[in-house]
Design a protein around this ligand. Structure first.
Ligand code: MCN
Ligand code: CUM
Length: 807
């Protein structure tokens, strides 16, 4: 093998396209040319289509289901109901939150759109006709859409299956519609601080129900091969291995006979973590018919029935000295989980990582209690770039700090500054139990304030208020500040599992003889660009160009076991596994190089893409040469080949952070807003690919804009979902999307092999409070304290009207 590597060290580094390189996304050649392979692109010989009869009522008894007429519709082959699934024990399924959920209506329905029967037909149209022909008789029951009303003594019993069971998956239940109480922190100490404080700001902060609405809805194709007993399940799964295990446990099919494949996924955003009735019904239908069965949601199905996000009522009290030093935080959350608790949190965290709600601040004592409640709404609850409820936590604390600033008559930027955890306090132990790994909040904050000329903006704002009062303008100026702290990378197996599966992750690498490689991971990209970035991590670790490394995810027959992609965990966990597997490769490569160069291992040092004999730079072996040698030479004491696998259990989570500032103009007479400037500084530790990070931030900010400024899953009193179509559910386009200025600081994670923290969810976690705080701040001079999102034009107009600004 001759080696063609360029001479200069810089050239060699550049050629690798390793960590820090703005490498272009390798996925895009396929996607931009229509060569993506999504679930709905999968076509198999004889494939059938399944679809659901769904409940028009939010709460009703199912009196009878008559499938006779439907079975006569041409093309309809079968109609499954709970009665068909019951003998198999599949009419209910476990949820990731330790609850159980009806696969098909078993006696009653609990939310509009709930799955009642599954029609299997030769094509989608026949299935739709079959659905029309199924006759279901319902008897309506009283509906509860308000979680506070759900807890009244005389509220209707929603979950009759749980009647009399006063202990649930997360401890005691206080009421027939109560799911759990989750308590953290020191209640007595916090109440004592509140009682003796100079100032206590108290407020109810609501983070409304919304939905990730990925471009591609959820779906699957189940194919049971009755000859060899193997089930292949293609689907939009964010956690393919976990799905395989769950399918095995509930179906009794042995795990080696199940192959789960996540092909390309058109956006996940947490919507595709959980298990849905469509998966179970497709598998059963394939077993029954012996043919492959496809189920793919339409937009309404997706918006109305699959994992929603948020719906948290957060009552807060924050105590401080007159000078503005925060002395304590108290929070009680009423969490609306809908008809079934189908949250996808780690098992021991029924409210996710909401206990990061002390945020970026050094708060000595805190107390948190979360009550989960059943209502007649769709189940789910952890989705949409949430980092397991960190979005709610960040919104809560960033609103409470703004309200405290009002109470104290202080500048909100200054109030934050004097309460930030200081750089020398890391690792920092928060009052609600976390160990923040690293941070430098003051540096980030000062950089952000300087970048937008914060003082200048405040002056302009004050002048604007005066001009408004003089009648010279009808526009107000809002400055939305946020400093958020994220917690991502679940997580240490000792405290994070999903259904008992520890949340490690994995990477397996095979180096080919000619010095290229394939790496397989337990995660699965849904647009985050893993094929691009994980190859970069490896390039830096093993000295082969990223362009020579294929990254493959999502096939449980080939990829090592992993817990999947959500909670921005891929980089902190699988990224770490990738680096560690790379290091194993390098360790063996060092032994091979030592043999080839006839020196001791310790006489070699690593240099970009090669091992060099210390003190003799002309004597080296490149990784490419070593790869070939590993296959063509018999090396005493070493097995042939060059492969490694790493299962990585992180010692801690990572704590990315950021400083966001939104400058917004608001027209008081129309309620229309205009975003003049949005500055986003993110610190995600070592940056693998700055361009990908920027893309993640742009996307997350746009989703944050949507949530803060208009997006909502709303119900009427009857439990009708009022926002089940894209006519009613706001999804921003390029038209509504402002220009973003991105920036960064770099504070590496001390425990991650390459110092990287996650970033995917940060822009949503920090973006929503920045937009919302801008709206609130615009009206601060006129006495606004708190107004619930989404801040659509109508609601902003109502704020102005309520403050008497319409004359
Ligand atoms: N990255 C980097 N340097 C870092 C951190 C991350 O270059 N220091 C890169 C990563 O290598 C990866 C991307 O940024 O290519 C996101 O990494 P990470 O923050 O680890 O998040 P995950 O890959 O685990 O993605 C999950 C996260 C979540 S939970 C949601 S929700 C979300 C998000 O990613 N869903 C998305 N971003 C999304 N982007 C797209 N296009 N589609 C989705 O469904
Ligand atoms: Cu919570 S949305 Mo992401 O974790 O897939």
């Amino acid at each position: 093998m001759t080696d063609q590597t360029p001479i200069s060290r810089e050239d060699r580094v550049e050629k690798l396209k390793g960590v820090g390189s703005q490498r272009k996304r390798v996925e895009d050649a396929r996607f931009t040319q229509g060569k993506g392979n999504y679930v709905d692109d999968i076509k198999m010989p004889g494939m059938l289509f399944g679809d659901f009869v769904r409940s028009p009522y939010a709460h009703a008894r199912v009196v009878s289901i008559n499938t006779e007429a439907a079975l006569k519709v041409p093309g309809v082959l079968a109609v499954l109901t709970a009665a068909d699934l019951a003998p198999l024990g599949l009419h209910w399924m476990p949820t990731l939150a330790g609850d159980k959920q009806m696969v098909l209506a078993d006696g009653k329905v609990l939310y509009q759109g709930q799955e009642v029967a599954f029609v299997v037909a030769t094509d989608r149209y026949a299935a739709a006709d079959g659905i029309e022909a199924v006759e279901v008789e319902y008897s309506e029951l009283p509906v509860v859409v308000d979680p506070f009303k759900a807890l009244l003594p005389d509220a209707p019993v929603l979950r009759e299956d749980l009647e009399g069971k006063m202990v649930g998956a997360h401890g005691p239940r206080k009421h027939h519609n109560h799911i759990f109480t989750w308590e953290q922190g020191d209640k007595d100490a916090t109440e004592a601080v509140l009682a003796g404080a100079d100032v206590v700001a108290e407020e109810m902060v609501y983070y409304h129900r919304t939905h990730p609405c990925p471009l591609e809805p959820c779906g699957c194709v189940a194919s049971m091969d009755k000859v060899n007993g193997k089930l292949t399940l293609y689907g939009t799964f964010q956690a393919p291995h976990a799905i395989r295990t769950v399918v095995s446990l509930i179906s009794g099919i042995e795990e080696h006979n199940i192959r789960v494949i996540s092909p390309d996924i058109g956006g996940g955003f947490g919507n595709k973590v959980g298990a849905y009735p469509g998966y179970v019904c497709s598998v059963v239908a394939s077993i029954v018919t012996g043919k492959p069965v496809k189920w793919v949601e339409d937009r309404m199905d997706n918006l109305m029935t699959t994992a929603f996000a948020r719906d948290y009522w957060m009552k807060g009290k924050i105590a401080a000295t007159k000078e503005g030093k925060i002395t304590g935080l108290w929070c009680h959350v009423t969490a609306d989980h809908g008809g079934f608790d189908a949250c996808a949190d780690p098992t021991k965290f029924p409210a996710g990582f909401f206990n990061i709600c002390t945020g970026s601040y050094d708060i000595p004592v805190a107390y948190l209690a979360v009550d989960g409640v059943y209502t007649n709404k769709a189940p789910g609850g952890v989705a949409y770039r949430c980092s397991f409820r960190v979005t709610e936590a960040a919104y809560f604390i960033e609103r409470m700090v703004e309200i405290l600033a009002i109470e104290l008559g202080m500048d909100a930027a200054e109030l934050r500054r004097i309460n930030f955890i200081k750089a020398d306090q890391f690792p920092y132990h928060s009052a609600l139990g976390w160990e923040y790994d690293s941070g430098d909040y003051h540096t980030a904050w000062d950089k952000a304030l300087a970048a937008v000329d914060y003082e200048g903006l405040r002056k302009e704002q004050a002048e604007r208020v005066e001009a408004f009062k003089r009648g010279e303008t009808r526009k107000l100026l809002g400055i939305g500040l946020t400093h958020f702290t994220e917690i991502v990378g679940a997580g240490p197996v000792k405290n994070c599992d999903i259904l008992g599966l520890g949340m490690f992750d994995s990477c397996e690498i095979r180096i080919h003889p000619t010095g290229s490689a394939i790496a397989r991971l337990g995660t699965i990209s849904q647009g985050q660009g893993h094929a691009t970035t994980f190859a970069q991590i490896l390039a830096s670790e093993i000295g082969l160009p990223a362009d020579s490394i294929t990254v493959e995810e999502g096939d449980t027959d080939t990829a090592p076991y992993g817990l999947g992609t959500y909670g921005s965990r891929s980089t902190p966990v699988a990224g770490a596994a990738t680096a560690m597997a790379g290091r194993k490769i390098r360790a063996k490569a060092q032994m091979i190089a030592a043999y080839l160069l006839e020196v001791h291992d310790n006489d070699l040092e690593w240099d970009v893409d090669r091992f060099v004999v210390k003190g003799a730079p002309e004597r080296f072996k490149t990784m490419k040469e070593i790869a070939f040698a590993s296959y063509n030479q018999a090396i005493p004491g070493l097995e042939p080949g060059l492969e490694a696998v790493s299962y990585y259990d992180p010692p801690n989570m990572t704590y990315p952070f950021g400083a966001y500032i939104c400058v917004m103009e608001i027209d008081v007479d129309t309620g229309v807003h205009e975003i003049r400037q949005f500055y986003a500084l993110d610190d995600c530790g070592t940056r693998i690919n700055p361009m990908i990070i920027e893309g993640q931030v742009h996307g997350g900010l746009t989703e944050a804009l949507a949530i803060a400024m208009g997006q909502e899953i709303a119900y009427d009193e009857m439990g009708n979902c009022k926002t089940g179509t894209l006519m009613d559910f706001f999804v921003p386009t390029a038209w509504e999307t402002p220009h973003y200025t991105t920036d960064h600081t770099t504070t590496p994670s001390p425990h991650h092999p390459i110092g990287a923290k996650g970033v995917g969810e940060s822009p949503n976690v920090g973006g929503v409070p920045a937009f919302s705080n801008a709206v609130h701040d615009a009206f601060r001079a006129f006495g606004l304290r708190q107004s619930h999102m989404p801040h659509d034009h109508w609601r902003i107009w109502k704020i102005a009207n309520g403050l008497g600004l319409h004359g």
